[in-house]
Design a protein around this ligand. Structure first.
Ligand code: PLP
Length: 350
């Protein structure tokens, strides 16, 4: 038999996907299975995202696109990052089919044989697998679970050697749910600077949490140039099967990551990216106001003039929108409640 390259023998796997295949086989036999194996929301992709994808398909967004991603999506990602205090520009953003390619390109672009990479253990198994594939050595860093901390920073500091090239962490963590609190992020940033390390921050579970959000390590001073930030749409928007992820790369790495994309995928499906854009831009309400004694355009004008609420006349979205208003829901709950009160006040005066 011709030879098989030794590098593929070092690849690990995700037991979650093995169990998913088995669970689907059990379902095929007619049993109803409760899925607690794969990390995915158990509700469908929200309808406004699905509609945007379908519309994009109908509009012919089925061709090759820019390798790094649609400019509109990369800009929307930067706006989203800005809300987290990360001041990245679109030329640092790479959009990929799922978040995994960001991990892969990041490791491929930074690791040489013999390098050491500090990885969380227990942690997402693909980190150690890909590190080994690159000929580098994964070094296990334990969590401090009793304190809900995803990394034991004392152990991490002790594990640093002259061969250490990168620290990987995932907050909130798969599988423990622990986080890297702000104080630990600051200490980690200082260590990365002192030892000249790359940091791979996997923030894919950022929106699935029960407590206030800690900052992104990429928002800390000087960290944008050593952080590879991994994120995506799979978990936050119930889009695991669409395959849509993104990453922010330091300026020195971004062109190499884009080359890896060109060599492996060319680009991410355009219609999938349009769906992602709809996800980031947030859901909208489109109430029918034809029952009120004012046309929708006049209603929108008076709401702004008299109650200082800015929203859109539905007709701006096509003649079919006549008689409707378009409200963005991508605001705080307090703003939405206040807007609803003011809307009620105006309607009472009509
Ligand atoms: N990072 C972590 C920690 C994950 O759990 C997963 C998926 O399970 C990924 C990255 C990959 O996400 P995607 O499905 O978008 O490639």
């Amino acid at each position: 038999m011709p030879q098989i390259a030794s590098r593929v023998r070092s690849l690990g796997t995700e037991t979650a996907l093995d169990v998913l295949v088995k669970a689907r086989a059990v379902e095929a036999r007619g049993r109803s299975v409760i899925h607690l194996e794969v990390g995915e929301p158990d509700f469908p992709t929200p309808m406004h995202i699905v509609e945007a994808g379908v519309r994009a398909l109908r509009d012919g967004k089925t061709r090759y696109g820019a390798p790094a991603g649609l400019p509109s999506l990369r800009e929307a990602i930067c706006e989203d990052l800005n809300l987290r205090g990360v001041r990245a520009l679109p030329d640092r953003v790479l959009v990929t089919p799922g978040a995994k390619p960001i991990l892969f390109y990041g490791f491929l672009a930074t690791l040489s044989p013999g390098d050491e990479v500090l990885v969380p253990d227990p942690g997402f198994p693909i980190y150690a697998s890909m590190v080994r594939f690159c000929g580098a050595v994964p070094v296990s860093i334990p969590p401090r679970l009793a304190e809900g901390r995803a990394l034991d920073l004392d152990a991490l500091e002790q594990a640093i050697t002259p061969r250490t090239r990168m620290v990987v962490f995932n907050s909130p963590s798969n599988p423990t749910g622990a986080i890297v609190p702000e104080a630990d992020l600051r200490r980690l940033a200082a260590l990365a600077e002192r030892h000249d390390l790359w940091v791979m921050a996997d923030e894919i579970y950022r929106r699935i949490r029960y407590a206030a959000e800690e900052p992104s390590i990429a928002a800390l001073p000087g960290m944008l140039d050593r952080t590879l930030l991994v994120d995506g749409f799979s978990k936050a928007y119930a889009m695991t099967g669409w395959r849509l992820g993104w990453g922010i790369f330091p300026a020195a790495l971004a062109p190499h990551a884009t080359r890896l994309m060109i060599n492996s995928n060319t680009c991410t499906a355009s219609f999938v990216q349009e769906a992602g854009l709809a996800a980031l831009r947030g859901p909208y309400a489109f109430p029918d106001v034809r029952g009120l004694p004012l046309p929708s355009a006049a209603l929108a004008d008076r709401l702004l003039e008299e109650e200082a609420v800015a929203l859109l006349d539905g007709v701006g979205f096509g003649p079919g929108g006549t008689g409707h208003l378009r409200l963005s829901f991508a605001s705080s709950l307090e703003s939405l409640e206040e807007a609803a009160d003011r809307f009620g006040r105006l309607v009472a005066r009509l």
